[in-house]
Ligand binder design. Sequence first.
Ligand code: HEM
Length: 325
Amino acid sequence: MSPSQLPLFTALTYFILSCLYDIFLHSLARFPGPLYHRASILPWAYLVFRGTLAFQVVELHNKYGPVVRLSPSHLGFSDPQAWKDVFGVTPGGENLKYRGLYRSMTSGVSDSFLAADTAQHRYMRGLVAPGFTARSIVAQEGQIMAYVDLLMYQLRNRSTNGSVMDVSQWFNWTTFDVICDLTLGDSLHCLENAETHMYLKFTHVFSEYSMKGAVLWHLGRNIAFTRSSNVSVCWETGENFRWHQSALGPQEVIGTANLFMVAGSDTTASSLTFFTYYMVTNTGYMSRLTDEIGSTFESDDQIDLDKTASLPYLNACIKEMQVDG
Ligand code: HEM
């Protein structure tokens, strides 16, 4: 072997030995999964980059059962109880968020409770919890309904000429405006302008690249996440921030506001999009739901949180969508 071939030979030997270790000696070696997933993280990383991991995971569970090895040190569970067992917040329990994914978005401090350690996480959850009670949500109903009304107005205005609309886009604008208003005290007027605000564009890019960044990080390249220069929107409007400001430092306020905007808007918009998709592709369910709503309300302005919460068919459809989606 020539000296120039030595690095390649060493790398190859290291790769093969680590694959053999992961297949036979790793502490997760007894869990089932395809050989190439058990041997290396590369197949998992490839699926994340292609955006097809979720589909592949379903197939793997169908083939290998409720627990499947997705990469050498990564297990997938199909039973929803696993989420509670591993990540559930229990009194005195640890915050087990995976550090490779949940990292600070600003300068390395625990700037949101995703990146916080267990004690700080518990403290910050306690601060924001009053904003998420049923009573609190009812108190914010008027504010939320203003955006729902604006959405309906915009959709009705645009649907009269028979044009095709991207509901996913409209739901994203709505949920983003609502969450931004609830979090910072003002929306960025996506619905009003029928336009994607720069922050929303950034959020999508951030979500995608933070995931890919985590994968690259995992693969050994020290690629950090997008940093604070991109969160200036919150900084500017942050003075409207409604939480107990004195209890949180500015970095934590910015970090937590960002977290709420990312965590609360896209998730809710995707759920609404799924819901709409399932309804329009299942006309039987759609007509039963339309009947229930039509026989309960005579006009739009009668629709409120309290009454919709007691519609059995609507709530059954939402629960079904959550399980399936
Ligand atoms: C249908 C809508 C939603 C879905 C499907 C959803 C889903 C999730 C999931 C799966 C997690 C756990 C993530 C993890 O720990 O890895 C999570 C956490 C979280 N979500 Fe949501 N979410 C939704 C709506 C919202 C809304 C409206 C908000 C806020 C306004 C929000 C704020 C959060 C926060 C702050 C966390 C972190 C909790 C913690 O670390 O203790 N989510 N969400």
